[in-house]
Design a binder for this molecule. Structure first.
Ligand SMILES: Cc1ncc(COP(=O)(O)O)c(C=O)c1O
Length: 374
């Protein structure tokens, strides 16, 4: 194989996405800008309705980012000092940061082999101060929502889904973002439904919660004269809402391509050397990322890079071991599964612009690495 002379396979390919959409996007952006409704406007309300219909909830509230979605929802639910929220230590930092920002205490529960929060570990982490569970559907693979819903119900806890990576995923026929009191999504450029900058939204069936979020995102105002509480500026930009409405129509195709790539990896990668979370019946995984686990992660990453194949690590340092988390009082050894995975996980490219041959090449170069080592 002439791997060195083959074109590189980037881990993400945002330039290809924009190139494909350039004509549509420029017409759309000019149309929205020339209307003059740069803040608010009909694009926001329409996007909210379309997302709510897709997720199967009563309300969606569009916000400035996924992080704001988490922070404002926790705040709107009245979670604050003295309260504990259970979440995994292997997420993106924003999940835990949101809990800290409302003055509550993040309590970590370790994950299972598939990197998602382990319901048994959640059970053990519950105390009289626990108010909410914040499962994270990492990689676009949903957590075990039946078990988590049972725990939440038995203990009277909110579920706040961190659905930042799981737009379009479902578990037993129900969409991510439709299980909990609320689902918090990100539309950051690296997400499957991505804006041309930051963005996020909250899904919920609770109309009062949605109203409070609409107030909080706009200075706590209910009209131009009346401020009923001190709020924030966390409105999604109208332009981003227009981009997201356009991209929402393309999302099924994008997800299908990523699923096709993932299925091919599953067929080709040698399971003697690589762990991949198994596919479960009656669930839809959307492959925000395709993460494998191997003892020889660093060497494999270097081998792939030498063959022009881009990879990433989500995430190399668990949250409980970050300097920012020192005051939470955790230490090395507290979450052995997370810690072991942090040294074994490797994200392979799975983006929608990969041709079948690209996926075959990544799999071949990967398998070749283990064969050479044997
Ligand atoms: C699991 C998770 N939670 C929260 C966030 C925060 O979203 P944002 O970057 O839009 O603030 C992200 C993404 O960045 C994420 O991956």
């Amino acid at each position: 194989m002439q791997a060195e002379s083959a074109p590189p396979i980037p881990y993400v390919n945002l330039a290809a996405q924009v190139a494909e959409e350039a004509a549509d996007l420029s017409a759309l952006l000019i149309k929205v800008v020339s209307r003059g409704d740069h803040v608010g406007g009909e694009e926001i309300g329409l996007l909210e309705q379309e997302l709510a219909a897709q997720i199967g909830v009563a309300q969606v509230v569009a916000l400035k980012s996924g992080t704001d979605a988490l922070v404002l929802t926790l705040k709107a639910l009245g979670i604050g000092p003295g309260d504990e929220v259970i979440t995994p230590p292997n997420s993106f930092i924003a999940s835990t940061a949101a809990i800290v920002h409302v003055g509550a205490k993040p309590v970590f529960a370790d994950v299972g082999p598939d990197q998602n929060i382990d319901p048994e570990a959640v059970r053990r982490a519950i105390t009289p101060n626990t108010r909410a569970l914040m499962p994270v559907h990492l990689t676009g693979r949903m957590c075990e929502m039946d078990a988590l819903s049972d725990i939440a119900e038995a203990h009277g806890l909110f579920i706040l889904e961190d659905a930042a990576q799981s737009i379009g995923s479902s578990f037993h026929g129900r969409a991510s973002g439709a299980f909990g009191k609320a689902g918090c999504f990100s539309t950051h450029p690296l997400k499957n439904l991505n804006a041309l900058g930051d963005g996020g939204f909250v899904s919920t069936d609770d109309v009062a919660l949605a109203e409070r979020l609409r107030r909080l995102r706009n200075h706590g105002m209910i009209n131009r004269e009346t401020v009923v509480e001190f709020g924030f500026v966390s409105r999604m930009d109208t332009l981003q809402a227009a981009v997201l409405r356009y991209r929402l129509t393309r999302l099924p195709d994008l997800i299908a391509k990523r699923q096709r790539n993932a299925a091919l990896y599953r067929e080709l990668l040698d399971p003697r050397h690589i762990y991949m979370p198994p596919v479960r019946a009656n669930t839809v995984d959307t492959y925000h990322t395709f993460v494998i686990q191997t003892e020889r992660r660093e060497a494999l990453k270097a081998h792939l890079a030498a063959h022009g194949i881009g990879t990433a690590i989500h995430y190399p340092v668990p949250i409980h071991l970050q300097p920012a988390a020192a005051s939470l009082g955790y230490g090395r050894g507290d979450f052995p599964v997370t810690e072991q995975q942090a040294s074994r996980i490797l994200t392979l490219p799975v983006n929608q612009f990969m041709a079948e041959d690209d996926v075959r090449r990544v799999a071949q170069v990967t398998n070749q690495f283990f064969e050479q080592a044997a």
